[in-house]
Design a protein around this ligand. Sequence first.
Ligand code: ATP
Ligand code: MG
Length: 260
Amino acid sequence: MTRSSVIAVANQKGGVGKTTTAINLGACLGELGLGVLLVDLDPQANVTASLGFDKRSGKPSIYEALLADVDLDGILIDTGRPGLWLAPSSIRLAGAELELMEMGSREHQLRRLLKGTAKTFDLVIIDCPPSLGMLTVNALTTAEGIVVPIQCEYLALEGLAQLANTIGMIVETLNSSLRIIGIVPTMYDARTNLSPQVVDQVRQHFPSLLFRTKIPRSIRLSEAPSYGQTIVEYDARSAGAVAYRQLAKELADRLKLQVG
Ligand code: ATP
Ligand code: MG
């Protein structure tokens, strides 16, 4: 695969909106005419399940591609949405953290896989698990940049220092071009005092990194996965769909991707 942008959606804090952001950014960028590959690098396989695919199907997944010599083209699924492809996860990926530790060039397995595909994508989006283990290290070794979702709640910024440390370590050793592309506030609720406060804090500490778009807290966003749908399929006019469309355009701008 040549000349794709590769981004990781990462934050070691759990439940902050990484998967929701990866899926809906992918769907919205696909709508804009880009070829997008979503890589589900989380043993929870939430991207895979949320798009309506079975994480227990037994079909080859990113686990077999990382650890059992299956090439990426052997696992890719056309999701049936415009421009959107999936490298699915499976429950077997839970064993990968330990198995990767025992491998040579263990940090580079994902990068190797992406190089080996015959397909061309404009953008690869990797959904990371809520940890800074070997799977996330593989994602950060491969990506040119990170999108960091921050949930608008108390202590939201606490984990950022730890993430920044990890990024610093990766930049020094494995991937000198890694950077944070942007920080996106999620589950924003304008009726509370806390949401605007969290956004202000992020703005103070990382003025150039904060995306203009805030993702609102929205029941529709949390319902869509149970129907195996993206937000643009489930409720194209909802506030969540509008926000993710806007975020997709902002991201495309920052990555200098040409969209229709
Ligand atoms: P994990 O760390 O477990 O992988 P995550 O960071 O990927 O979690 P999500 O799975 O995207 O987070 O979101 C956590 C929960 O919050 C899910 O139930 C999701 O549907 C819900 N959720 C995500 N974003 C929003 C939102 N903007 N409004 C309301 N609910 C949301
Ligand atoms: Mg997730």
